[in-house]
Design a binder for this molecule. Structure first.
Ligand SMILES: NC(=O)c1ccc[n+]([C@@H]2O[C@H](COP(=O)([O-])OP(=O)(O)OC[C@H]3O[C@@H](n4cnc5c(N)ncnc54)[C@H](O)[C@@H]3O)[C@@H](O)[C@H]2O)c1
Ligand SMILES: O=P(O)(O)OC[C@H](O)CO
Length: 381
């Protein structure tokens, strides 16, 4: 059962202007939370949330976590092992998730009673997941996407939060930030940004659900800006990895990060005029760009790709180096490239375009710095 309302006062939340009724302990007011996804970040998100649902009276203690079921080399099902050991032995070994995290391989069952849905799968699976969930949710469900990626459809680019809100007809916020999951798993201090469209009250409820003394969350009214920061930094991370693989040094890497940030901002503002400059100074912006270009998986695999002279494909390196975890940067670079080509913007975004050309094998990794010699006069908004 959820603890008494008084405990809410001692919960580790940041100071909010919220008037959310956390004092109302009626069963109908208590939100059940389900995490859809159980990879590296999905598991850490479940752990974070589960530590708070035990303390905050407005959330049900139990956190359901939908697991894309797989059989481990031991022959056991991943879900069974998570529930027996309280550990995601494949995607987050060595970390206890909290006894109130329940792994569930049945998607319909996992979301059935949820009032708050946290989506955190690799972005390429979300279209299929949303289709499976249509008509399966409770009324008044709210969602948040922790997914860094986008979709490109015939009619143009689609953010994942838009896919969720349109297909499932729910309010969907986003949470992005400088958040390498393994560091948060061991409770090292970091920050994150919740992006919301209009409903500040819902955003603040998400902030309460995620905030801990070591995970400080700030709400920002710019859902597209926050989500595009999280999505596009993965493309810049590939460029940073190429530079590392070619041993070009820190100055070159800093230059790539600066140019990348400039393209991130310009691309975001061309797609959505509402995107705010200030968002790029939040955790979701420059901070995530820095941590990803220093310590992320996209950077690491791109470094190996460049060291091999582009002779081993990203798919091969991903499977070998990440053991089931998924890169988002390569498909995002392709999706961004499609938008640029379709809209006649390729000349405006030489870094983004070149990252795709390299990862698709059409240019050598060294082209990451050569593009600027050929297109020195390109200017961005
Ligand atoms: N790992 C991080 O440090 C981190 C931090 C912040 C944001 N993110 C973002 O979170 C999202 C999820 O990443 P992650 O790190 O939790 O996952 P991951 O890359 O560690 O794991 C891949 C996940 O995909 C699942 N999967 C495989 N095939 C599937 C299918 N057909 N359908 C549905 N699921 C399938 C696997 O079971 C596994 O749970 C991504 O958008 C990522 O960019 C990751
Ligand atoms: O490991 P990456 O490259 O997927 O990046 C992880 C996170 O997005 C960093 O915030």
């Amino acid at each position: 059962m959820a603890p008494p309302a008084a405990m809410e006062e001692t919960a580790p939340t940041i100071n909010l202007l919220s008037n959310i009724n956390d004092g109302n302990n009626a069963a109908s007011q208590i939100s059940r939370v389900t995490v859809v996804g159980s990879g590296n970040w999905g598991s850490v998100a479940a752990k974070l949330i589960a530590s708070n649902t035990l303390k905050l009276a407005s959330f049900h203690d139990e956190v359901r976590m939908w697991v894309f079921e797989e059989t481990l080399p031991t022959g056991q099902k991943l879900t069974e092992v998570i529930n027996q050991t309280n550990e995601n032995v494949k995607y987050l070994p060595g970390i206890k998730l909290g006894k109130n995290v329940v792994a569930d391989p049945d998607l319909d069952n996992a979301v059935r009673d949820a009032k708050m849905l946290v989506f955190v799968t690799p972005h390429q699976f979300m279209d299929g997941i949303c289709k499976r969930l249509v008509g399966k949710l409770k009324e008044d469900v709210v969602a948040i996407s922790l997914i860094k990626g986008m979709e490109v459809k015939m009619e143009g680019p689609h953010m994942i939060s838009t896919l969720i809100s349109e297909q499932l007809r729910v309010n969907c916020c986003v949470l992005m930030g400088a958040n390498i999951a393994n560091e948060i798993a061991v409770e090292k201090f970091s920050e994150a940004t919740v992006g919301y469209r209009e409903n500040r009250e819902v955003a603040e409820k998400w902030v309460r659900l995620f905030s801990t003394p070591y995970f400080v969350v700030t709400p920002v009214q710019d859902v597209e800006g926050v989500e595009l920061c999280g999505t596009l930094k993965n493309v810049v991370a590939l460029a940073a990895g190429f530079v590392d693989g070619l041993e070009m040094g820190n100055n070159t890497k800093a230059a790539i990060m600066r140019i990348g940030l400039r393209e991130m901002r310009a691309f975001s503002k061309l797609l959505f005029s509402s995107v705010k400059d200030s968002t790029f100074f939040e955790s979701c912006g420059v901070a995530d760009l820095i941590t990803t270009c220093l310590g992320g998986r996209n950077r690491r695999v791109a470094e190996a790709f460049a060291k091999n002279g582009g002779k081993r494909s990203f798919d091969e390196l991903e499977a070998e180096m990440l053991q089931g975890q998924k890169l988002q940067g390569v498909s995002t670079a392709r999706e961004v490239y499609e938008v640029l080509r379709h809209r006649g913007w390729l000349e405006l975004f030489p870094l983004f375009a070149t990252v795709h050309e390299i990862s698709a094998g059409r240019l050598p990794p060294s082209a990451i710095v050569e593009y600027s010699e050929h297109k020195p006069n390109c200017s961005l908004v």
